[in-house]
Design a protein around this ligand. Structure first.
Ligand SMILES: Nc1ncnc2c1ncn2[C@@H]1O[C@H](COP(=O)(O)O)[C@@H](OP(=O)(O)O)[C@H]1O
Ligand SMILES: [Mg+2]
Length: 356
């Protein structure tokens, strides 16, 4: 009986949390509006992309007009709605302040999706970019984590990329949204994809579930849920397109031990979290080379979307990810996301193979 009481109380607590938790409706709406504009801008720039607008950052990853323009645009949009909020974002204005022609291109790009009354001047673009320099989403703050173009390599190849946005409040991710302009609304493997609309936004808020919608303000939302597979043999896993970002060999080895026989889905960016959240894949493996430290903006939005769609995201040891410790994410043994049901089995194999 005592056990029964405990179970009831746990269920009641969960119910209470849902009933009294803030819905984050305004934040979610503003985030979706910002991502609709971001998708419009990034799609346009991907089509126009000229290789000579690509410069090299100190970490040697390619960065384009789109990275700067989308960051300035999204921060502008969020800041206007929530003036006291702070930001942790990937880019800053250093390169633009040294290159007037790049700054002009970025300013023109941002203004191309804003109304004339709302247009920005170059110095405002630089200032907006630099608002993204917060060192930590501390428990006292509300901080938006932003990756303007996640999957830059996919963007440059004309393939998948996304804009990722998450709100951390009191050290916890409360809202997450992924704008994926090139991802079809239907499963990418489905035979009906040809007729499917391309471009989707995934979004979620704590205790409010996860949804997917077309890239359009006020579009109908469809609740999404992870797959209900409980036997790894039936699972499909996804991983980075780039073997330099996540070891394909290691995922293959782990998948083999788990008995997974389906081919992996290789895809750039946090779109992978989107396809896992809607049940198209059941496992996401990320095993970077030793010493690589992940960025908080590369996983925060995806994590809440997976959690709210019924799945789980942890590091390779099964530890929850903590987005409140700085711009870098502390983790051991890479990052593993699953539909939840498979998590323990997958983590056991990862720990065994990596000797964690
Ligand atoms: N050597 C490396 N190992 C793992 N991840 C890396 C990496 N170099 C860059 N990345 C990260 O991988 C992200 C892309 O992930 P994916 O391979 O899943 O598309 C990049 O995001 P950006 O494209 O925003 O820079 C970057 O943060
Ligand atoms: Mg990224």
């Amino acid at each position: 009986m005592a056990n029964g009481e405990q179970v009831d109380r746990a269920a009641l607590n969960k119910f209470d949390q849902k009933l009294y938790a803030p819905s984050w409706l305004a934040e979610r709406q503003v985030a979706v509006c910002a991502l609709c504009l971001a998708c419009k801008l990034s799609s346009k720039l991907q089509k126009q992309l000229v290789q000579d607008t690509v410069i090299t950052k100190s970490d040697n990853s390619p960065v384009s007009v789109a990275d700067f323009a989308v960051q300035a645009l999204v921060i502008h949009w969020i800041k206007r709605a929530f003036p006291n909020d702070g930001f942790i974002a990937e880019e800053d204005s250093t390169a633009l302040r040294k290159d007037n022609s790049l700054l002009q291109s970025v300013t023109e790009a941002v203004n191309s999706v804003l109304s004339i009354d709302d247009s920005l001047i170059p110095s405002e673009v630089c200032d907006l970019l630099d608002l993204g320099n917060r060192p930590v989403a501390s428990p006292k703050d509300r901080t938006w984590l932003l990756d303007p173009i996640d999957g830059t390599k996919g963007f440059l190849r004309g393939e998948q990329f996304c804009t990722a946005l998450a709100l951390v409040e009191s050290g916890i991710v409360r809202v997450g949204a992924l704008g994926c302009p090139n991802l079809p609304m239907s499963p990418t493997s489905s035979t009906s994809t040809s007729g499917s609309k391309v471009g989707c936004i995934f979004h979620a808020a704590q205790n409010a579930g996860a949804v997917m919608q077309e890239v359009e303000r006020g579009a109908e939302t469809f609740p999404i849920h992870v797959s209900d597979i409980s036997d790894p043999a039936w699972a499909t896993f996804c991983e980075s397109w780039e073997p330099g970002h996540s070891s394909h060999e290691l995922s293959k080895q782990i998948a083999k031990i788990l008995g997974v026989s389906n081919d992996s889905i290789r895809m750039d960016s946090q779109c992978k979290y989107g396809i896992l959240a809607r049940g198209e894949a059941s496992i996401y493996f990320r095993f970077p080379r030793e010493g690589y430290q992940e960025n908080v903006w590369d996983h925060a939005a995806g994590s809440i979307i997976i959690g709210e769609a019924g799945g789980m995201v942890t590091d390779g040891t099964g530890q929850a990810l903590d987005f409140s410790k700085g711009r870098k994410l502390w983790n051991r043994g890479g990052i593993v996301a699953t539909n939840g049901r498979l998590h323990t089995a997958v983590i056991n194999v990862v720990r065994h193979v990596l000797q964690l």
